[in-house]
Each structure stands twice: as structure tokens, then as C-alpha cells.
Design a binder for this molecule. Structure first.
Ligand code: SF4
Length: 355
């Protein structure tokens, strides 16, 4: 944290020059990063600027948002659409991969642009806002798809919509008898908490079960303004879930993950998913091998309340779905199971039923 209580700076930084002026990149990096900004959007919001310690070259908040020349290197295994949205898009703005749920992407703008984003090839400040007609066509698709029980608003960031537009989307989905759950995925509560106004919270009012899945990767993202925004949402009846990405240099240690999940819970947010990095172009510097991720999580079992435990998942390329990655504590031995005790580290035999 910078010295004393952080002062919010007034504007979102969107290019290499303003990052250099704010002391967030060295002046000599400016030319290279100016080139990068032509490929991938940059945005560092005032709330995020207030969280960054510019004196720390390894600051875990800065690492998530400040561009790096390494992003211009694409490895052979990296894909521009790693979760394969495109082949599962029946109408513009909709992704239908699983039978009982579908994504609605009303816009592709975000309050910040994360350097590891799996949709980095499409998100940006100018792109992707569905026209009124396109949004109605997307909502009509949901209305005509009775097998879909859950509508998942993502993007971009759906909380970048105006409260008026958001209310319209929530109300239309709520009026569909087959929709039981409305879920929104958002970075806004931590990256732009000032957007969570009473009007926005009111726009989320519905009789349906509505969950907000907050994307955060470090305990420090749950500063006082974020906690106040989340309290306002909880007060409006919004269920709060957390999603994180396992990221090298951000949360790749038992201590960092424990602090993150504890900070989430303290802010009333139930950790839901911990994602293995999706291999989007230029994101290799963030990857933590799966084996290491399993090892880190294993150390947390027993030491951290079960409430704080997310499912560690990999989104398989090609649209094959999200697969849990463990860690496993049980192995079969004949018909019995050998189960490792999280507290004693010993193998305990669980005999087959009837044995
Ligand atoms: S907020 Fe989400 S969609 Fe937007 S850049 Fe970050 S990870 Fe990508």
C-alpha cells in the first residue's frame, strides 16, 4: 500500500503515457507498451491505482493490470478463443455450451483490463455493446430455450451497463418461467466499487435467485470501498460468490490463497471457482502448473474453513467443459478406499461397504 490512506486518483489510465506519468511503468518502457496497447486494451481504474504500491516491483495488484512487453509473445499452445465461445454462439451475445445454462454477453467493456484475460482478444472499451435490437434477439433466444434454467451475464463486465439497461435485462429474464437463476460475473465490486450505487443495486431486484460472482485474485482487492459495495449488494438480496484465477506472482502460495479466501469470506463472498489459467495469447508469465496448484491447495485443507474452499477447475479447450482438478485425498485399493487425513497426513482405510 502506498504511504498513509490511499487517495483515489480521478481517472482510469488507458495508455502507456499515462501509466508512465503515474509512475506505474518506467519511462523507458513507454514506447514498447504503446505498441502493445494497439493489440490489447489497457485500463487501470482509480480504485485499482489506490491499491498498487508503485515502490514494489513485484506488487501483486500491479501485476494483474499493468501491461508487460512479454504479452506480445504468443506461444504455440496459446489460443485466441481458449474457452471456444465462438462455435457455441447461436445468436450474437449468447454462448450455449451446457444444456441447462447459457451465457449472455451484453457488452465487452470492463472497468479494468486484466493482463491474463481469456477474452483479451475481444474485450475493450470500444467493442461489443449489443445494439438494442441485438439485445432483444439474445433475450428472445433465452425466452425460446426452455431447457435453459440459468442465465449467466458476463462479457466484458455486465455491471458496466447502465442501471436502466441492467434492470431491463434482469426483468426480462425474470419474466421467463423456465429461468430459475440469474448469475452475473463481474470485476466491478473490487475494480470500480463506486459503480455499485443504490440505483444499480435496485436494478438487480428480482424474485428469482440472483448471484453475483466477483472476480478477485488477491486479498488486498477487498479494501474498504469494495467491502462497502459488496455489503450494499448483499443488502439488496444478491447472493455473492467469488471466482479467482491461480496466477504466478499474484496468489501462487498457500499464504496468498489463504489470505484471499479469508478476505472473500469476510466480505460475505463464498469462494466458488479457482481457475487454472486459460492459455490466451501472451499470458504465459502467469501460468502455474496444475501439479503445483494441487500441491498449494492440499496444504490449505484442514487449515482453512471448508466454507472458504473453491473448486479448482480447468476449462477444457474445444468446449468440453470445466473439469475439477482436485487435489484428491482418496485412492482406491481393491474395493476399499485409502483416504489421507488432512490433519495428520496419514492414509486411513475406508473399507468397502459390507466388508
Ligand atoms: S474483467 Fe474479466 S473480462 Fe474483463 S479483462 Fe478482466 S478477466 Fe477479462
Amino acid at each position: 500500500m502506498p504511504d498513509g490512506s490511499p487517495q483515489l486518483k480521478p481517472r482510469t489510465l488507458r495508455d502507456a503515457q499515462s501509466l508512465a506519468e503515474a509512475g506505474l511503468i518506467p519511462p523507458e518502457a513507454q514506447a514498447g507498451l504503446a505498441r502493445l496497447s494497439a493489440t490489447y486494451a489497457i485500463a487501470v481504474s482509480p480504485a485499482v491505482q489506490a491499491l498498487i504500491d508503485p515502490a514494489d516491483p513485484a506488487d501483486p495488484i500491479a501485476r494483474q493490470y499493468i501491461p508487460d512487453a512479454a504479452e506480445l509473445v504468443t506461444l504455440p499452445q496459446e489460443r485466441s478463443d481458449p474457452t471456444s465461445d465462438a462455435p457455441f454462439t447461436p445468436v450474437k451475445g449468447v454462448v450455449h455450451r451446457y444444456p441447462d445454462r447459457a451465457l449472455l454477453k451484453p457488452l465487452l467493456a470492463c472497468p479494468v483490463y486484466c493482463r491474463f484475460c481469456f477474452r483479451r482478444e475481444v474485450v475493450g472499451p470500444d467493442g461489443g455493446l449489443l445494439t438494442a435490437a441485438e439485445l432483444e434477439a439474445a433475450l428472445d433466444w433465452f425466452a425460446g430455450s426452455p431447457q435453459v434454467r440459468e442465465a449467466i451475464l458476463t462479457g466484458g463486465d455486465p455491471l458496466m451497463l447502465s442501471p436502466r439497461r441492467l434492470r431491463h435485462v434482469v426483468q426480462r429474464l425474470s419474466a421467463m418461467p423456465h429461468i430459475d437463476i440469474i448469475r452475473l460475473h463481474s470485476r466491478v465490486p473490487v475494480a470500480a466499487p463506486e459503480r455499485i450505487t443504490p440505483a444499480l443495486a435496485e436494478a438487480l431486484e428480482t424474485e428469482k435467485a440472483l448471484f453475483l460472482c466477483v472476480h478477485a485474485n488477491h486479498a488486498r482487492e477487498f479494501a474498504a470501498p469494495a467491502r462497502a459495495a459488496l455489503r450494499r449488494l448483499a443488502g439488496a438480496g444478491v447472493g455473492l460468490l467469488g471466482q479467482s484465477v491461480l496466477l504466478r506472482g499474484v496468489n501462487d502460495s498457500p499464504e496468498a490463497l489463504e489470505a484471499l479466501f479469508r478476505a472473500m469470506l469476510a466480505a460475505r463472498v463464498k469462494p466458488y471457482y479457482l481457475h487454472q489459467l486459460d492459455r490466451a495469447p501472451g499470458t504465459a508469465r502467469f501460468e502455474v502448473p496444475i501439479e503445483e496448484g494441487r500441491r498449494i491447495l492440499r496444504t490449505l485443507r484442514g487449515r482453512l474453513t471448508g466454507l472458504a474452499w473453491p473448486t479448482y477447475v480447468l476449462d477444457l479447450p474445444g468446449g468440453a467443459g470445466k473439469a475439477p482438478l482436485g487435489p484428491d485425498f482418496a485412492t482406491a485399493e481393491g474395493l476399499d478406499w485409502m483416504v489421507e487425513g488432512p490433519l495428520d497426513g496419514l492414509a486411513h482405510r475406508h473399507p468397502a461397504s459390507g466388508a
